[in-house]
Design a protein around this ligand. Structure first.
Ligand code: ATP
Ligand code: MG
Length: 649
């Protein structure tokens, strides 16, 4: 165990005094949420404007033979109404969305009223295209306000949106269009990312030549860059159809359990799963977690750097913040363009108070050295957040010290596409922070740690992370495949939701995510998570990023194969390899001694920025034939390079 793992950053009094939830409130509300979920969630449902107030609160079954999850089932509401209409009286002229373009010269703001009017026009346009309640609409869009409007416009008329990340290939898009059977696709001519243009419309055209996509009748095209595109009979310019529509559109009354959206997981561990989320429970959960985890107060400028193509973008750029009447910043580009310091510059420019980003972005910045943030002051920041992967303690400290000027609490939020919202995270006014630790369950979330036979383990322990009861934000099914939903999440341990992640619970009862269960190493009979060894390596001054996988080993059962990316100022050498081996042995113990180290300029990542260890595992084992589903890989070229430079023991 490294020294820094033991560091604690206690809650500061000034922060606790102004926070929504302090230590006592957390204890009291958490107990209530577990002991009496009906009364807790009936109270929390009041943060939503219901058309018909629910009287039945929780009705959920978690068992391998029957998974049936219903929250607020006799209530009716409209999600778009809750994100827009109800704010108009008080916040009509307040900014809803700050948009920052890929080019630092491009930005704009939209008030709640402007967003409302545009969304209504868009909803009317969808109706004109024949979209009705229950139909699905596929969105393949840049990070522009029209993406949020399109989501809200669907919600307004009861259509189910399926957002496909704009970095996906035509094949991946075609699969998702086919899966959702959408009559309408909304896209743009091109998106602008990092100074490059991505041909979204061309990709849609290509996708629609694939099998199973002839269901598409119309493609609505936002003019973003004005780049050249082909034009087909089914294509319609967004502005031509939308501008002429009425700025009022009645909302559709939806049952709490009517579907709100379909969204695919990142595809880190296999073929992505199309999760189905419903309306009432999802929105309640997105709103409450956004308010309490980020300690959001009226007027705060809040920036989540995710793409709307991921669940983080759904819950924490669009639905959570807008349901809370927040100011949400939407960024079109990539954090390193045009200069590595861009993220800090955006914070200064828009006086961002709350910044929510991913470990991969933090590690990439840190690789440039501490001066990378010199072009900004970031004095407006009050709180930082992290999501997507375990954050290595060293990267956490850097985030805290360099980006947050050593004054902002960091919320390390653990959750999944399947969860709808944050499940395990510090609450900044209530929880002492430990770098690399997701700490405590959110209200209504009952985590458990089980061994491989499904026995619940008590006290300080390590094992598989499960959730023992339903919370309002959980996905209800996999779209059109309830069997796979049960199989994937509820069959491993009967009566429990299995997360697929490993975790450790320490003496204080805090949860540390140790990595995917599939990635757990078994070295001479000792089980070890990948996160710990990777964090040890990242703590070495030369290492920017590391990925650890097991490979078949005659004596130890599994050996440790490590892929390392170095910081800008360091070069690969055999001496450095030896030094890193000694470093890990000293830090964790001889049992964790690396057998193989391979240098690489980059690691294979999902398009949401997560290290794809299953590919690294195959390369380490020299099974480079069947690499599995690689359609979600953001940098396929690196795979060839990794195979070519594979180190033979
Ligand atoms: P797939 O399910 O298709 O393999 P995925 O699991 O990467 O892809 P997501 O739903 O985007 O898809 O990611 C959820 C996973 O991300 C979690 O199960 C966990 O492994 C990881 N994760 C997210 N946040 C954290 C965090 N704060 N700490 C540790 N791990 C995290
Ligand atoms: Mg997953």
């Amino acid at each position: 165990m490294t020294e820094q793992h033991k560091d604690i950053y206690p809650v500061r009094d000034e922060f606790a005094q102004q926070a929504w939830i302090d230590r006592d409130a957390y204890q009291k509300l958490y107990r209530q949420s577990i002991d009496d979920p009906d009364s807790f969630w009936a109270e929390q449902a009041k943060r939503i404007d219901w058309i018909k107030t629910p009287t039945k609160i929780k009705n959920t079954k978690f068992s391998a033979s029957d998974v049936d999850i219903r929250w607020f089932e006799d209530g009716t509401l409209n999600a778009c109404y809750n994100c827009l209409d109800r704010h108009l009286e008080k916040r009509g002229n307040q900014t809803a969305i700050i948009w920052e373009g890929d080019d630092p010269k491009d930005d704009k703001t939209l008030t709640y009223r402007e967003l409302y009017e545009r969304t209504c026009q868009m909803a009317n346009a969808l109706k004109e295209l024949g979209i009705k309640k229950g139909d699905t609409v596929t969105l393949y869009m840049p990070m522009i306000p029209e993406a949020a409007m399109a989501m809200l416009a669907c919600a307004r008329i009861g259509a189910v949106h399926s957002v496909v990340f704009g970095g996906f290939s035509p094949d991946a898009l075609a699969q998702r269009i086919n899966g959702a059977q959408s009559k309408v696709v909304i896209t743009a001519d091109e998106s602008a990312r990092g100074g490059k243009f991505v041909p979204l419309k061309d990709n849609v055209d290509a996708a629609l030549t694939r099998d199973g996509t002839d269901v598409v009748e119309s493609v609505l095209v936002v003019k973003r860059t004005g780049g050249e595109i082909d034009w087909n009979e089914r294509d319609i310019w967004f502005h031509e159809l939308v501008d002429k529509q009425d700025k009022d559109c009645p909302v559709e009354e939806m049952a709490a359990e009517d579907p709100l959206f379909i969204l695919y997981t990142s595809g880190s561990t296999g073929a992505p799963k199309g999760m189905m989320h419903t309306t009432g429970g999802y929105l309640t959960f997105a709103a409450i977690t956004h308010q309490y985890v980020f300690d959001y107060h009226e007027g705060d400028v809040y920036w989540c750097t995710a793409d709307v193509g991921w669940v983080t973008g759904h819950s924490y750029i669009v639905y959570g913040p807008l349901a809370n009447g927040a100011i949400t910043l939407m960024f079109e580009g990539v954090p390193s363009y045009p200069t590595p310091g861009r993220m800090g510059e955006i914070v200064d420019k828009h006086q961002v108070n709350i910044l929510y980003t991913a470990p991969t972005a933090i590690r990439a910045l840190r690789a440039h050295g501490d001066d990378v943030m010199a072009s900004s002051k970031r004095e407006s920041l009050k709180l930082l957040g992290s999501v997507g992967e375990p954050i290595n303690p060293e990267a956490w400290e850097w985030y805290y010290r360099i980006i947050g000027n050593s004054k902002c609490p960091i919320v390390d939020t653990w959750w999944q596409t399947e969860n709808g919202g944050i499940l395990i995270s510090p609450l900044p006014g209530a929880t002492d922070l430990k770098p690399g630790c997701a700490t405590n369950p959110f209200f209504g979330v009952k985590p458990g740690v089980v061994d491989n036979d499904g026995n619940l383990l008590e006290g300080a322990t390590e094992g598989n992370l499960v959730i023992l009861d339903a919370w309002p934000g959980i996905a209800r099914s996999i779209w059109n495949d309830h069997e796979r939903f049960i199989q994937t999440y509820f069959s491993t341990y009967d009566g429990m939701y299995f997360t697929g992640d490993g975790c450790r619970r320490d003496e204080d009862g805090d949860y540390w995510i140790t990595g995917r269960v599939d990635d757990v190493l078994n070295i001479s009979g000792h089980r070890m998570g990948t996160a710990e060894i990777e964090s040890s390596l990242v703590a070495h001054e030369a290492v920017a990023e590391a990925a650890v996988v097991g490979f078949p080993h005659d004596i130890k059962g599994q050996g440790i194969y490590i892929y390392v990316t170095l910081n800008d100022d360091f070069d690969p050498s055999d001496e450095l390899k030896k030094e890193l081996v000694q470093w890990v042995r000293k830090d964790i113990g001889p049992i964790a001694s690396p057998d193989v180290i391979q240098w690489t300029p980059d690691l294979p990542k999902t398009r949401s920025g997560k290290i794809m260890r299953r590919i690294l595992r195959k390369i380490a084992a020299n099974e480079t034939e069947g690499l599995g589903d690689t359609s979600t890989l953001s940098n396929p070229a690196v795979v060839e390079e990794l195979i070519a430079n594979r180190v033979n023991r």
